[in-house]
Design a protein around this ligand. Sequence first.
Ligand code: ZN
Length: 166
Amino acid sequence: MSRAILVLPDPRLRAVSKAVGAVDDGVRALASEMLAEMYAAPGRGLAATQVGVTKRLFVMDATWKEGAPSPMVFVDPVILECSEERVRGLEGCLSIPGVTVEVERAARVRLRWTALDGSLAESGFDGFASVCVQHEIDHLDGRLCIDRLGEVERRSVEARFAGASA
Ligand code: ZN
């Protein structure tokens, strides 16, 4: 069942994903594979882009590492609102293993998405979950957290991965 998680500089990480639309059994199977992959990695978020699927879907569990699992699946997520308040925090990415970077994000976001039963859902996120949601939606647009660094810092991370994959 395992889908390999793509690693920098794989060009597929730069693909802009397309809307999923209707949630069918294929989408539900993909989501459950991605959750398993995320827990195994181990990570707290995984976007379909990272497993080479160019669909707007990501999975997240912001709290399982603290012993309180809360798996969530987001299909066709849209950020409705970002707080003006910004926060700087450390982020890692399963596609950039071993690297932690300091990134500025909106402190709070309001999100709308399609749930796995096909219904529309809407919720606000703050703290780590807010950062994670923004990080994963960046993946769906072909953006990585290192793109939010200064040029010099971004290039130094990229240099570490240059030639790392065929
Ligand atoms: Zn990532």
